[in-house]
Design a protein around this ligand. Structure first.
Ligand code: PMV
Length: 296
């Protein structure tokens, strides 16, 4: 049997969501993790691409944790993992793998999982790797819809118009745990200055929800640029991410911002269909790999 899970992008509110502010995330169905599982005499794990030893042991650990979460003590199965989601890029590759693994192992062992069960177990796995995740990644991937996320709860947003996004990967690893820790340190040391950044971030997410529902893409784009500026003020952007946002802006994007933990990883640009190719080329000129996708 085979199970899949998609990738995700955070449209608004990464980092501020950790401090109880609202965030908006969307599924990226064009990038996926797929897990196949079949009977075997011992546990065998097969990957579709070359991965280093560190990544391999992390995935083996994830499989063990997924089995344990499901109350399974020994896993005699051949597990095949393939993924088109770049690792450590802010696209939810680990949450996507956790969810596909949980669904596959549960199905193989005839364990029925509700969406809530799956979400809770995926969050438990995320905690092993990200310390204290807000839960937005697993929630959006399980829901497979655009969500407005606040205080661990989400509501679905129905967009007035489809979003044409270009996801541009810098190729620089984004270490979410490290970036979350960096923001936490600043939060403790400079509380009022940080509140001055996190509060407007939360307000942007509220405005973005309205713009999304109304299909006001021009307004949505402007809010994305503003969110990027606030993320840069927070100290989670870098030169490569700023250059990508500028390249997208200069080429006519409606909006652009870093997405995910930052310090590397991806920039997302909101584009019109007509200008998409031009903006894609401009972003590729910076050395990024670009994944176009449509979110509805
Ligand atoms: O880097 P990602 O895709 O795992 O996104 C992290 C989002 C943060 O807000 C920075 C952390 C969190 O737990 O919400």
């Amino acid at each position: 049997m085979k199970e899949e899970a998609c990738a995700k992008v955070i449209l608004f509110g990464e980092h501020s969501v950790v401090y109880g502010k609202p965030g908006i995330a969307a599924p990226v169905r064009s990038l996926r993790t797929s897990v196949s599982i079949a009977k075997a005499s011992v546990l065998q794990i097969i990957f579709d691409r070359d991965i280093d030893e560190k990544e391999r042991s992390r995935i083996v650990e994830l499989i063990m944790l997924a089995a344990r979460e499901l109350g399974i003590s020994s896993l005699e199965a051949k597990i095949g993992i393939s993924s088109s989601i770049p690792f450590s890029a802010g696209l939810g590759s680990s949450a996507s793998l956790s969810i596909a693994l949980l669904k596959a192992i549960a199905g193989f062992n005839r364990i029925a999982l509700t969406e809530d069960d799956l979400n809770a177990k995926a969050l438990a796995l995320e905690k092993q790797f990200h310390g204290n995740p807000s839960g937005i990644d697993n929630e959006v991937i399980v829901t497979d819809r655009i969500i407005f996320f606040e205080d661990g709860k989400s509501t679905v947003i129905i967009p007035g118009k489809p979003l044409h996004l270009l996801i541009a990967d810098t190729g620089i690893s984004s270490d979410t745990k490290k970036m979350v820790r960096k923001v936490r340190k600043q939060f403790v040391a400079y509380r009022s200055e940080m509140d001055g950044i996190l509060k407007p971030m939360g307000e942007l997410a509220g405005k973005a929800k309205d713009a999304l529902e109304e299909g006001d893409l021009k307004e949505l784009g402007l809010l994305m640029f503003q969110n990027h500026t606030l993320l840069a003020d927070l100290g989670v952007s870098n030169q490569e991410l700023d250059d990508l946002v500028k390249a997208a802006d200069d080429a006519g994007a409606l909006g652009a911002k870093l997405s995910g933990g930052g310090g590397g990883g991806v920039v997302i640009a909101l584009v019109t269909d007509e200008k998409s190719e031009r903006i894609r080329k401009a972003m590729e000129m910076t050395g990024a790999k670009v994944y176009p996708t449509v979110i509805s």
